[in-house]
Write a new protein. Structure first.
Length: 218
């Protein structure tokens, strides 16, 4: 255990000194990713990558301005109870899949949709030639506030930005992010069944301390 802790600390120092978040975190994914043909090794590798990646990301501040590609729903459970976190993994995965499918209705598709954070503190969520949402943002020491325009009734989402093995995660309160998703469907004019919305809301309520948002790559 002491050896593992020492290794984590060493990696944190290297990440800070070299200022190479993507390289360090990406290497961790390869080192601890396990054999893709061995399910047990792969699962263990993913858990190690998640823990170590989270620890190291705390020492890394993401440079946010620029255009990011949306790669899927990001989620996290803020709790000190490890058993609760592990027990909720199945619910979380199910929620991510359903919410990803929901956002696809408005064009927020992994690998297609982008989010651009401009230097003038404006942002835009775009899919192809369609602007799905826009507004202004503030970003300071990992804290982000996104304020949407009139079409979204000036919705405001407060969250955090952290480094990930693939880029960055922008996370918000789960209910607030779900409110954004509902408004996006309405603004774009997409069709969605109430049962889908109710299922997503139900899963959200069952996960205490849940955060939802965007998984982004540059």
């Amino acid at each position: 255990m002491k050896k593992i802790f020492t290794t984590i600390m060493a990696l944190m120092l290297v990440a800070s000194a070299a200022n190479a978040q993507s390289g360090i975190l990406g290497s961790l994914g390869k080192i601890f990713g396990g054999n893709s043909e061995n399910k047990e090794n792969s699962t263990a590798g993913n858990l190690l990558e998640s823990v170590l990646g989270t620890v190291i990301s705390q020492a890394v501040t993401v440079s946010l301005p620029g255009t990011w590609t949306y790669s899927g729903i990001a989620s996290a459970i803020e709790t000190e109870n490890t058993l609760t976190t592990l027990a909720a993994s199945t619910y979380k995965e199910n929620l991510e899949n359903k919410l990803d499918g929901y956002l696809k209705k408005v064009g927020i598709v992994p690998g297609v949709a982008t989010i651009t954070f401009n230097n003038d503190n404006s942002f835009a969520i775009v899919s192809g030639a369609k602007t799905i949402a826009s507004g202004t943002y503030t970003y300071d020491n990992k804290a982000i506030v996104m304020k949407f325009g009139k079409l979204y009734n000036y919705l405001t989402m407060e969250g955090t930005v952290t480094a990930s093995t693939s880029g960055a995660q922008v996370l918000f309160d789960a209910n607030k992010f779900l409110e954004f998703a509902k408004k996006a469907v309405k603004v774009v004019g997409a069709k969605s069944s109430n049962s889908t919305v109710n299922t997503i809301a139900s899963l959200t309520e069952q996960l205490s301390g849940l955060k939802l948002g965007f998984d982004l790559k540059k």
